[in-house]
Design a binder for this molecule. Sequence first.
Ligand SMILES: Cc1cc2nc3c(=O)[nH]c(=O)nc-3n(C[C@H](O)[C@H](O)[C@H](O)COP(=O)(O)OP(=O)(O)OC[C@H]3O[C@@H](n4cnc5c(N)ncnc54)[C@H](O)[C@@H]3O)c2cc1C
Length: 374
Amino acid sequence: MSDINKVLIVGGGIGGLCAAIALRRQGVAVDLVEIKTEWTVYGVGIIQQSNVVREMAKLGVLDRYLDAAYAFEDVGIYDVQGNPLARIPGQRLAGPEYPANVGISRLALHQVLSDTAVELGTQVRLGLSVAAYVDDSHGLEVTFTDNTQQRYDLMIGADGVYSKIRGMLFADTYTPRFTGQAVWRYNFARHPSIDHLATFTGAAGNAGLVPLADNLMYLFSTSHEPDNPWYATEQLAVTMRERLANMGGLVGELREQIIDDSQVVYKPMEVVFVDEPWFKGRVLLIGDAAHATTPHLGQGAGMAIEDALVLGEELFGDGSLPERLQRFMTRRFERCKYISENSILAGEREMARDPAFDRIGLTKAMLKLTAEPI
Ligand SMILES: Cc1cc2nc3c(=O)[nH]c(=O)nc-3n(C[C@H](O)[C@H](O)[C@H](O)COP(=O)(O)OP(=O)(O)OC[C@H]3O[C@@H](n4cnc5c(N)ncnc54)[C@H](O)[C@@H]3O)c2cc1C
């Protein structure tokens, strides 16, 4: 019988929910606390590549997930005028009957994962976090922010880039850093030509179009924002149009339709990487809490999902708890570090407007690495 019978997950985002699903499938009692009082996410989308489709199959949610998503095969790379540069064929890692890649709205992904976690018996409490804990080596005595207490065998900090649990483990050794860039996003009705992920790249700008559903796609664009400015809502649409000023083709046409300030999602890029084991005693970090990076390789959530899956596999193997958590680290550390460092590198080369930077080569290398078994 396992010594891990009751687990607390802190944070109900993509990583926390996937961990809840993986652990409930092993029969462990799972409590999940989420600080938001309303359990919602913002309404743009996310790219999920072939490794994620494979992991969704292993988590047992693939059919439901695909029903909520837009499946596609290839990634098209274009110049900023929309002229094709390269086509990277998809890899069907979940099996020949399943698609290579997926675009999904964040709301739809949250619904699939939260419905599955709750149906499997995860006990969710909203508007709550951890105030303190004592690790007495036989277990954790956790005090919540409502002053209640519970005992657990393991606590998983899945509380994102500004993780409170990371602060409890490592004080301020690891704090988020602004990279100098931000992302602009806006939803549109899907254009018939966007039946694949289309990225538009060059010294004059970077953007992408991601299909999310038959009638929905989103546009993203990265920009250099040197002093991390704050934009009032009424500045957002006009500033996003300015950032896309050099783009032609379909992106240029869509630019003129960016008129609703309230629909622009602006996000500065912030990164953090815990460069030592992500656990101490009975407390472990996963997802952005341990390794938040920039979206240039479209793998941040992918790494959080892989963390959850590998944890579900390693936590119930042989050996002591530190040995099992160390095996988790061995399978996760270098892979996440590669994604983290190379995503940041791609952003740095964009800011430097480096014409020699081989973005297509990096994308192919990333796809080769993430296709390998974890
Ligand atoms: C602009 C942008 C675009 C991106 N695009 C992609 C993409 O296309 N593909 C991809 O794979 N990844 C992408 N990512 C990365 C991806 O969004 C993250 O890697 C992913 O959301 C990480 O999941 P997580 O569960 O670790 O953290 P989060 O999604 O941040 O979830 C953390 C959860 O914890 C909760 N929380 C926070 N603090 C506390 C607390 N103290 N107590 C309790 N709960 C708490 C939060 O409310 C939240 O619900 C993108 C990121 C950005 C910024």
